[in-house]
Design a binder for this molecule. Structure first.
Ligand code: TRP
Ligand code: SF4
Length: 404
């Protein structure tokens, strides 16, 4: 596949380290469901990634893999639109990780902010391992194996996509220079015709001499339009604009998930480690109980005390779930002690249950057919593997490993 086509491919992964909750749904899954209609999507269970932090208790990983795939399907990921797969079923990820490790400076990995942060945060675990340091590079391999153009991630993962871009650039610089690259590129320019060749040359010059980003964009668009050059030539000319070699591994772009800050039951961000979650398909009774017992504005001791929604975690849930009229009703009723807290929570309970209803129903169906879930993953993994194989073939070739 060429880097032009790869621009429409989206890849993302999730670590299987426990059941998903509504924070995952609002923060990630809803976005995936949307993307599957707009792009060619590949979503995978990052089981090797989970081992980098859970190597001492791998049992949780195996169990979570299937729960998580059911969660995805229940949330509306459609295996007809998106390819769902398991990382360890595609050994090309590991091979690419190894090959990239040869040319990735150690300092790049040591400087990834999550490296020190996570070690600090997960003090109880010994993360001074080779695998943990290499974790962001494994992520780069995940992305580059499919030459994905876009990677939906949260803000905390943007640095990993940036690393991936640097690794790809370095790779292309080192290995994109086939013998006779410049001659081939010059010959390809000729094939575009006089007018386009002249335009390409002047844009390239503008970009290289003045760093003009617009010129780069225009030149790329120009190449995309060319009908009479081969894919190989197009790749060459993509690389040649930037003064480099052929683009073997295109640089991916982070697709920043619109920051849906899903509040947990205590008003902090919903997270397993804060113990403030509502499970994606948690039992109804338990959901009702959790919301009913949520703390409210501490100033509102009695029903007759007026309160302040800004000091209340329930209000934050209204911000996520309620329409304007309900929000006005809360603001007014809370500040005037016109409504009670249980009354105020009722629309939230209804909204959460309504949101979970179709999810719970779809999950039931998949739970009753574990064979179907497995075959979705087996098939998806085979499809993914076919794609990754194509990339690896080219990577091996340029690294001198094709032996043909
Ligand atoms: N590191 C990601 C996380 O912790 C998961 C992940 C692994 C991923 N490989 C990826 C995300 C590739 C996007 C692309 O959430
Ligand atoms: Fe919170 Fe609603 Fe009670 Fe006000 S009325 S304190 S917003 S639960």
């Amino acid at each position: 596949m060429s880097s032009v086509e790869s621009q429409s491919r989206v890849l993302s992964g999730m670590r299987p380290t426990g059941k998903l909750h509504l924070g995952h749904y609002h923060g990630v899954l809803k976005n995936w469901v949307q993307l599957q209609h707009e792009y060619e999507c590949l979503f995978f269970v990052a089981d090797w990634h989970a081992l980098t932090t859970h190597y001492e208790d791998p049992q949780i990983i195996e169990k979570s893999v299937w729960d998580m795939v059911i969660d995805w399907l229940a949330a509306g990921i459609n295996p007809g639109s998106a390819t769902l797969f398991l990382q360890s079923k595609v050994p090309e990820h590991a091979e690419l990780h190894l090959l990239l490790s040869m040319m990735t400076p150690l300092g790049w990995l040591e400087r990834v902010p999550t490296y020190k942060d996570q070690q600090e945060k997960l003090k109880e675990k010994d993360l001074a391992t080779y695998g943990f340091l290499g974790y962001p590079l494994l992520q780069s391999a995940d992305i580059l194996a499919y030459r994905a153009g876009h990677v939906p991630v949260g803000a905390d993962q943007v640095a990993h996509v940036e690393l991936t871009r640097e690794v790809a650039r370095r790779f292309n610089h080192l290995y994109g220079r086939e013998p006779g690259f410049e001659e081939n590129a010059e010959a390809a320019i000729q094939k575009m015709g006089k007018k386009n060749a002249k335009l390409y040359r002047s844009l390239k010059k503008k970009y290289l001499e003045q760093g003009d980003q617009d010129a780069l964009e225009v030149a790329r668009a120009l190449l995309k339009e060319q009908q009479n050059i081969t894919i190989g030539d197009r790749e060459r000319l993509f690389g040649y604009i930037e003064g480099g070699g052929k683009v073997i591994l295109p640089e991916p772009h982070p697709l920043l998930t619109p920051a849906a800050k899903m509040p947990g039951l205590d008003g902090q961000k919903m997270s397993k480690s804060y113990g403030n979650t509502i499970g994606l398909r948690e039992e109804e009774d338990s959901v009702v109980q959790k919301i009913k017992t949520m703390r409210t504005d501490p100033q509102r001791v009695r029903r007759t005390d007026p309160g302040d929604p800004e000091k209340c975690p329930v209000w934050q849930l209204h911000e996520v779930y309620s329409a304007e009229d309900t929000k006005c009703w809360v603001q007014e009723g809370c500040r005037s002690a016109g409504i009670g807290c249980l009354e105020c929570k009722a629309p939230i309970i209804d909204a959460v249950l309504a949101e979970q209803k179709p999810i719970r129903e779809r999950a039931k169906q998949y739970e009753s057919e574990p064979g179907m879930v497995r075959s979705i993953v087996v098939e998806g993994s085979e499809q993914a593997r076919d794609l990754a194989k194509q990339t690896l073939e080219e990577v091996r070739k340029v690294m001198g490993l094709s032996y043909s």
